[in-house]
Every structure is written in C-alpha cells, then in structure tokens.
Design a protein around this ligand. Structure first.
Ligand code: HEM
Ligand SMILES: *[C@@H]1O[C@H](CO)[C@@H](O)[C@H](O)[C@H]1NC(C)=O
Ligand SMILES: *[C@@H]1O[C@H](CO)[C@@H](O)[C@H](O)[C@H]1NC(C)=O
Ligand SMILES: *[C@@H]1O[C@H](CO)[C@@H](O)[C@H](O)[C@H]1NC(C)=O
Length: 393
C-alpha cells in the first residue's frame, strides 16, 4: 500500500514537472526543416524552407506515410495572407480538405516569415500523447495561386519522414540532410515487411540461385547427380524464397498505401521475377525434352546458362537499388550502414571469380558430351565433322 502511494506520488510529481517544461526538437529533410515546440497542452510547429528551392507550399503530416495521414499544408498568398489547409489522402494522390480534423491547427502569423530566402510558416495544434513523433513533410515549388483551402496543389518536389523527439528539453538538434534522423525509431509494420522482402529476395536471388549455378559448373563433369542439386537449389529452395519475397514486396506497397509499379525498382522487380519463371521453364524443357538424335549442343542449353547468369547479374543490380535508393526514398530513414555496402561489393566480386574459375572445367565437359553423343550414335569418330564437334576440340 505504501509502495503504491509512493509510486503514485512519484508519478504525479513527474507529471507536474513535465507540465511546466517546454520541449523542442528540430529535424531537417533536404529542402525544409520542422521545428516543434511543445508544452503539455499545445505544440507549435515551424516549417522552414532551407532556401534550396523556391517555396510554393510546405506541408507536414502526423504519420510516416502519405496515405491516411492527417496533414497540415500551408502557403502564402499575393495579398500577404497565409493559407492553412488541413487535408488527407487515401493514396498517393493530391490530398483533399478535411472539414472536421481530429485536431484543429491554427496559423501562427507572428511566427511566420514569408519573405527572404528561408521563409517559414508556423501553426499551433493541441498536443496529443506523442513523445517520439513520426511526421512526413513535403515541399512544393509551385504556389497554388489561390488562397482557398481547397486550392489545387502541384505535386511536391521533395518529401520524406522525420522523427521528432517531443521529450527533448530546449536545445534543438540538426538532423543531417536527407532525413537520417529517424535511425533510432522502431520499424513500422510496412517497413518490417520491406526488410523481410529484402531478406527473402536477396537469399533467393543472390544465395540460392548462384549456389545452384556454381554447383552445376563445378560438379557436372564429376557426377550426374549435379542436376538434382541444381533443381533443388534453383526451384525447391530459391522458388519459395523468391515467391515469398516478391509477395512481401507487393504487400508492403499496399500496406504503406503507396502506388504499385510506379518506379524502376518495382518494375524491374516484377520483370526479374518473370525472367526467373521463364528460366525455370527453359531448364525444365532442357531436362525433359531431349532430341534423341541430337548431334550438337542444343541452343537452349547455351541460352539457359547465359540467361541464368544474366538473371543473377540483374538481381545484383536490383538488390543494390533496393537498399541504396528505394529504402531511403520510401521510408525516409536514411541510408543503411557502410557494412551493408561492403558486404554487397565483396559478394559481387566473389561470385564471378568463383564462376570464372569453374569455367576451367568446360573443355572437360564438352569432351565428355561429345563422347556421349558419339557412343549413343555408335558410329565412332568417322562422323565427327558432320556432327560439328570438331571445331570445339
Ligand atoms: C527448375 C528450374 C531449373 C532447371 C530444371 C534447370 C536445369 C538446368 C540444366 C538442364 C542445365 C544444363 C544446361 C546445359 O547443358 O548447359 C542447367 C544449367 C544452368 N542453370 Fe539451370 N535450371 C533451372 C533453373 C535455373 C535458374 C533459376 C538459374 C539462374 C537464374 C539457372 C542457372 C543455370 C546456369 C548458370 C547453368 C549453367 C551452369 C554451367 O555453367 O554449366 N538455372 N540448368
Ligand atoms: C502552452 O503554449 C501555448 C502557446 O504555444 C500557450 O497558449 C499555453 O498557455 C501554454 N500552456 C502551458 C501550460 O504552458
Ligand atoms: C505565436 O507564437 C508565439 C511564440 O511562441 C506566441 O508568443 C504567440 O502567442 C503565438 N500566437 C498565436 C496566435 O498562437
Ligand atoms: C543547423 O546547422 C546549421 C549549419 O550546419 C546552422 O547554421 C544552424 O544554426 C543549425 N540549427 C540549429 C537549430 O542548430
């Protein structure tokens, strides 16, 4: 009982302490910064242009993605007034005015500066319980040209996600450019899905597929078992990884409320997935459909080997664009640590070398294949010329 009342006392004294305090944080994206000054009842937000682009409009939203996030968008008008428009969008389309937003924002005229090279626009809004607050920002270079709240907005030239710490007392910190500021935040559910997507796709495309290709390259002149290992790696192991990885990628876009196939990573990803399916088809055809009277190495065998290597090369490009471009772009969480890059490029160097070394078995392989064709036809060395193998000796 005593313990409980002590805890209550402590808790209430803490509350008193925070109520008197004002806290403040500033984080910056490429084109603009957001400053939050909070006390227990009100938060004041100042959106400041960094002067890198001409200001048309600036906005922010309470959430970490564009879809279904309450936004406050502001711009200045030719008559010297400032318009504050509270909006929302269901997808990545122009947000429309929300007449009765959950929290009403009020323009703070005296804190807003519309002239000069780094204009700022400020408003206050009732505080909610957020301590670490994920916000999105957007910067447009085209003034809407109307003071109406529902004026048409031209699309932003820059946007991102920032994390504001509403528990920080006084001193403001400078988030580095590009929004690396949110590295300490827990991942949101759609972001965890992206991490899983990346993991499954990387394992499928850059571990299992190369392993299966190398297995074929190194073992096929020694054992006929190589094919079993090859299809297990390429189909039974890589297949589920790739299917799950691609499905997670698609689902993460849906979950974030973002648009499908609207950038090169998404489009190439689908294309590489289709190429993988085709490659499995070609592999199966090579294996099941063998002309009994074949005299030279069938074209599809060359095709399968070259196409397989091409798919792996494309997968390298895709994985790189995924972590280097797509992740910072859609999550605003900044680039991954250097270690990821180092690991990627080491892996990028190791595999081709391993494959090139394995090519030293190629003469032996072609010799074996020639012998097996000859023995199948049973008519010895005499037909060598007609069978077209002489040039490859
Ligand atoms: C179930 C699916 C697959 C089957 C049944 C299959 C079957 C085969 C066969 C029969 C060969 C020998 C072709 C030859 O005579 O050179 C082969 C080689 C090869 N496969 Fe596949 N394959 C499959 C999937 C894949 C995938 C998805 C990749 C890579 C993306 C791949 C990469 C390769 C490579 C690089 C070689 C040549 C290896 C070497 O240098 O000898 N395969 N595969
Ligand atoms: C919090 O700040 C607002 C203005 O930003 C002010 O009107 C209000 O009185 C402040 N409340 C407290 C408890 O300090
Ligand atoms: C605007 O912000 C300043 C500084 O925080 C404050 O003193 C003033 O009361 C605010 N005005 C309005 C209308 O909220
Ligand atoms: C942020 O950094 C810039 C230059 O690096 C500096 O001019 C500015 O005063 C800083 N702002 C804050 C709030 O610390």
């Amino acid at each position: 009982m005593l313990r409980l009342s002590l805890i209550l006392l402590l808790a209430s004294s803490c509350n008193v302490a925070t109520a008197a305090e004002t806290t403040s944080d500033q984080q910056c994206g490429t084109t603009m910064c957001i400053t939050a000054n909070a006390n227990s009842t009100t938060v004041e937000y100042i959106l400041t242009s960094r002067g890198k682009r001409t200001l048309g409009w600036m906005g922010m939203g309470f959430g970490s993605q564009m879809a279904n996030t309450p936004m406050v968008i502001m711009w200045s008008n030719s008559d010297g007034t400032i318009t504050l428009s509270q909006r929302q969008a269901q997808r990545e389309v122009m947000p429309t005015v929300v007449e009765n937003p959950p929290r009403v924002a009020t323009l703070n005229d005296s804190l807003s500066i519309t002239s000069g090279s780094t204009p700022q626009l400020a408003y206050t809004i009732p505080a909610n319980s957020d301590q670490k607050q994920s916000v999105i920002y957007a910067f447009g270079t085209q003034n809407p040209g109307s003071s109406a709240k529902d004026a048409t907005l031209a699309e932003h030239v820059d946007y991102g996600v920032l994390l504001l710490d509403l528990t920080k007392s006084s001193s403001t910190s400078n988030g580095s450019t590009g929004g690396t500021s949110s590295s300490g935040t827990p991942l949101l559910s759609y972001q965890r899905m992206i991490v899983a997507h990346a993991t499954f796709c990387t394992v499928g495309f850059l571990l299992f597929l190369p392993a299966g290709a190398l297995l074929a390259r190194y073992s096929r002149t020694f054992t006929s078992m190589w094919f079993k290992g090859h299809w297990i790696a390429q189909f039974a192991l890589a297949g589920p990884s790739i299917f799950i990885g691609v499905a997670l990628g698609i689902q993460s876009v849906t979950e974030a409320g973002a648009t499908h196939l609207n950038d090169s990573h998404k489009k190439y990803g689908l294309a590489i997935f289709v190429l993988y399916l085709l490659q499995c088809g070609v592999g199966a055809i090579i294996h099941w459909v063998k002309a009994s009277d074949r005299t030279r190495r069938p074209l599809q065998n060359y095709f399968h080997a070259i196409f397989g290597l091409l798919i792996i090369a494309l997968a390298y490009y895709q994985v790189h664009s995924g972590y280097k471009v797509e992740w910072p772009k859609v999550t605003g969480r900044g680039e991954l640590s250097k270690g990821v890059n180092v690991f990627f490029f080491v892996w990028l160097a190791v595999l081709p070398v391993a494959y090139l070394v394995g090519l030293s078995f190629l003469p032996k392989q072609l010799r074996q294949e020639r012998t097996s064709v000859l023995s199948r036809r049973g008519d010895g060395d005499l037909k060598l010329d007609q069978m077209g193998y002489k040039d490859r000796q």
